[in-house]
Design a protein around this ligand. Structure first.
Ligand SMILES: [Zn+2]
Length: 55
């Protein structure tokens, strides 16, 4: 039996481009000196790399 597709569709996350990870700038100290970037979980899709878009 075929299931009906819902109205929401899965699309690649626009924030992480579907990777589920985003690079964020790491700052240290009171002067907020930038020491590099760190890969972290994409908070937009929570690491799944996918998000839903209403049709
Ligand atoms: Zn994402």
């Amino acid at each position: 039996m075929a299931r009906k597709t819902s109205k929401t569709k899965i699309v690649p996350c626009s924030v992480c481009k579907g990777t589920g990870e985003v690079s964020r700038t790491v700052r240290v100290g009171r002067k907020r000196r930038t020491v590099g970037t760190q890969t972290g979980l994409c908070l937009n899709c929570l690491g799944s790399g996918e998000t839903t878009a209403a049709d």
